[in-house]
Design a protein around this ligand. Structure first.
Ligand code: SIN
Length: 323
């Protein structure tokens, strides 16, 4: 009997001329990709990225939003992808825990929309998070089934059009967080009006796409990552353009602004995090205490998952409705 070779062909790295070639290359398991050309902001290559400074921000609720003080942030722009801004994890350990918990427990709750809605897997008024822990651990099948949750103007995955009839409240904390990030980067007009929370498992990928459903594509888009790490690809306006690959770790923020706002991007691979910046929080402030039991469940979830919070402005400045 012929032995089936495990080896699969993949394009050599120097032939990665187009977004789709890079996607295929970094997605490959066998053979695994060479990671050495990925932009790693822990060791920034100054021929590819430049450090940028922030606008003075008088806001003082950094700590409440789970952020370190501004003078501790490291912010870069990609030289090859103008307008693509990267903020290296600006969250405190409390911030990481608090936002992870919000993503799993609050943002997955009605009236937000979930991929699970179409499959009638939850009873009326039952939240995904509660439903997951109703069962013994061995039967927690629902835990791995959540893929996305939307809030504000709900993203329509089929039509790619927003509607006034499909809109719920945005989380106040999420608006405060992204509007503070925006002001700090000089986008003082930004309003958070739609969010997608993407829930990834270790074998998930997100195909290359552009985000163009918003009427306002001049406003920046904020993309915040928690949990396990990822390879993020960012290209140009067409699938034929080449792409840069970046490592994203828990807490890192990508801002797609200016000409990068409409660029192709995607996630070909989730990687196990080398460090867990959500782990070491010791609860120094009694006002910002995390419920231990909830955190224990969230910590176990995030040990096998990555979460991405993707926040957009939909309307033009001064506009109050879509039509
Ligand atoms: C997205 O583009 O929708 C998500 C990107 C990410 O998960 O980093």
């Amino acid at each position: 009997m012929a032995i089936k070779s495990e080896y699969k062909w993949r394009p050599p790295r120097f032939k990665l001329k187009m977004f789709k070639d890079s996607f295929k290359y970094y997605k490959s398991r066998n053979p695994p990709p060479d990671l050495k050309n990925i932009i790693d902001f822990n060791h920034p290559n100054l021929s590819k990225v430049r450090k940028i400074s922030t606008v003075e921000n008088k806001v003082h609720n950094w700590e409440k939003l789970g952020l370190k003080p501004l003078n501790k942030w490291n912010i870069y722009e990609l030289i090859t992808v103008p307008g693509l801004i990267y903020i290296e994890n600006p969250f405190t350990e409390f911030g990481q825990q608090n936002w992870i918990l919000k993503c799993v427990k609050d943002f997955s709750r009605k009236p937000n929309k979930l991929n699970l809605d179409a499959h009638s897997l939850l009873h009326d008024n039952e939240s995904w998070w509660e439903a997951c822990f109703k069962e013994p651990k061995s039967e927690q099948k629902l835990l791995t089934k959540l893929r996305w949750a939307t809030q504000g103007y709900h993203h329509n995955w089929d039509t790619k059009h927003y509607s006034e009839d499909s809109k719920t409240e945005m989380s106040k904390d999420l608006c405060d967080l992204t509007e503070l990030l925006a002001t700090t980067l000089g986008f003082s007009e930004f309003k958070a009006e739609a969010a997608i929370v993407n829930y990834y498992r270790m074998n998930s990928t997100l195909a290359g796409h552009t985000d163009h459903s918003e009427i306002n594509v001049e406003a920046p888009l904020f993309s915040i990552s928690f949990g396990q790490s990822a390879i993020f690809l960012i290209g140009g306006r067409s699938q034929q353009d080449p792409a840069e690959a970046l490592f994203l770790r828990s807490g890192d923020i990508v801002v797609m602004s200016k000409s990068s706002r409409l660029s192709y991007h995607g996630v070909p691979k989730i990687l196990r995090a080398e460090i867990q910046p959500w782990e070491y929080y010791e609860n120094p402030n009694p006002d910002s205490r995390i419920n231990e039991e909830d955190w224990c469940k969230a910590k176990s979830y995030i040990s096998e998952a990555r979460i991405n919070l993707n926040v957009r402005q939909v309307l033009k400045s001064g506009q109050s409705k879509l039509y």
